[in-house]
Write a protein that binds this ligand. Structure first.
Ligand code: SAM
Length: 213
């Protein structure tokens, strides 16, 4: 049974400082991050939302290629770490705010920020499948149905039961707090909202979807 417990997920990321700069490199995660960042095709006029930003690694990398970045997360400690890192680097065009796929305007009115692109790496899969359609709709609304959404994440291209030996390698906890969707579910929901999608399979359990609205 897929159950989302926001408090528990936030606590987990508060405690584990998951993507600290000191974390050992992880080939699949690193490849997905790079492919996702490249797929954004950022330009100096873009305003990017990085949702589920964690410690802001991708948001910070993106900041030099676009006008402004908003990093959003539900983990207060991750947000504080991200702010400290951006401040150390003297980045002036990056803001970090509390908010979620379910309620992106929790701290700031996200629809009035002029967001042109959205990045979500390894974050959407924390929502159970029943919550994903509304979350994807929120993202399309933030883009005002124009612009690009890049989802680099755990997602099932094949039956996960055939890949149990690879769960650790893919970063999948087997269904405790990770609820990857079948790729078709993500694509159906994006296409229903008018997006044209490209799909990059990185591993049978991991991929990148580039959705243009
Ligand atoms: C595995 S980390 C990924 C961090 C970063 N995007 C990366 O790829 O390195 C997942 C992040 O998603 C955040 N998250 C989980 N559920 C979320 C939700 N409903 N809305 C926004 N962020 C969420 C977590 O707090 C955590 O920081």
């Amino acid at each position: 049974m897929q159950e989302y417990d926001r408090e528990n997920v936030a606590k987990m990321f508060d405690e584990k400082n998951w993507n600290s700069p000191a974390r050992a490199s992880d080939p699949i995660h690193d490849r997905v991050s790079q492919l996702s960042l490249d797929s954004l095709e950022l330009s100096p006029t873009d305003i990017l939302l990085d949702i589920g930003t964690g410690n802001g690694n991708n948001a910070i990398k993106a900041a030099k290629y676009c006008s402004r970045v908003i990093g959003m997360d539900i983990s207060q400690i991750s947000l504080e770490t991200a702010r400290a890192r951006a401040s150390e680097l003297a980045l002036k065009n990056i803001t970090f705010a509390m908010g979620s796929f379910e309620n992106p305007s929790e701290e700031l009115d996200i629809t009035s920020q002029g967001i042109t692109k959205i990045l979500a790496t390894y974050s959407l899969h924390h929502l159970p499948d029943k919550m994903k359609p509304a979350a994807i709709k929120n993202l399309a609304e933030i883009l005002q149905n124009q612009g690009r959404l890049v989802l680099g994440d755990l997602m099932f291209f094949e039956n996960p039961k055939n890949h149990t030996a690879d769960f650790d390698k893919a970063g999948y906890d087997g269904g405790e707090t990770d609820f990857p969707a079948p790729v078709e579910l993500l694509i159906d929901n994006l296409e229903k909202l008018g997006a044209k999608c490209q799909i990059e399979k990185v591993h049978p359990l991991v991929g990148v979807i580039i959705a243009d609205f």
